[in-house]
Ligand binder design. Sequence first.
Ligand code: C2E
Ligand code: CA
Ligand code: CA
Length: 261
Amino acid sequence: FDLASHSSRKERLRVLEQIDSALRHQQMELYYQPKICFRTQSVNGFEALIRWNHPQKGLMTPDKFIPEMENTDLINLLTYWVLERALIDYKDWQENGINISISINISTHNLHHYRFLNEVDRIMAKYATCSPKIELEITETDIMMENGILSKLLERGFSISIDDFGTGYSSLAYLKYLPVDIIKIDKSFIGNIVEDSSDKEIVKAVIQMGHALGKKVLAEGVETEGSLELLKEMGCDYIQGYYISRPVPKEKIYEIISLYS
Ligand code: C2E
Ligand code: CA
Ligand code: CA
């Protein structure tokens, strides 16, 4: 099951209809992956990653269905659904004594949707009493094409991370002015960081540059103890990856928090 292989328009429409129905029938679920802070040795936040519990195909990861949604209005529906679901989970954790930020992934199409800010305000207003801490992850290329919306999001108290840093196009001059808090180095630079000396140098340089610009730096895709140690030496602020934990269903976060506290 891969949307990209559904080449005919009719078939793609059918699959998009299925996604629409999945959103309405609770077949979508958020999994959470922790981000660990080197300084405090504790969980700094969780990234929400969507999964589709398909009745026939089982649990599907987003690479199977998100790309096809990107240019349709469904990606807006999906993002609003994700935001609200994350807020419900946030509130639930808060009631259990856990106050931890959640980051959600934002698509370029969302940033250009005329109703985006209105919808976000409408959803956030419902959860205002728990003062949720929500981070938005936006990829490097998308962030470069933003049109003033970032400052509006910051005014609303969201913090912003640049996702997949190193794989897109960004102008270093522009980066200086971008109101982002965290640079997430793409996992393609981290996978072989111990063996590959160019990856090592690139990551070192990004960490230094990020710090010089007053940003925090997170490394994605940390799978081994060796890479963790190296990143720590390099002064990286946060890490995320299978070495710490895979993305887990929301009930499992308690175990992770108790491991890192
Ligand atoms: P991403 O935002 O870069 O998320 C990180 C991806 O890397 C996740 O894949 C995660 O499971 C995976 N990952 C985490 N640690 C490791 C590791 O140590 N090694 C390796 N090899 N992979 C690791 P996932 O959950 O399949 O998501 C894939 C992409 O789908 C995400 O990439 C994001 O771009 C998109 N996505 C996921 N959830 C959402 C969503 O709610 N909305 C939108 N618009 N996009 C989403
Ligand atoms: Ca992300
Ligand atoms: Ca990423």
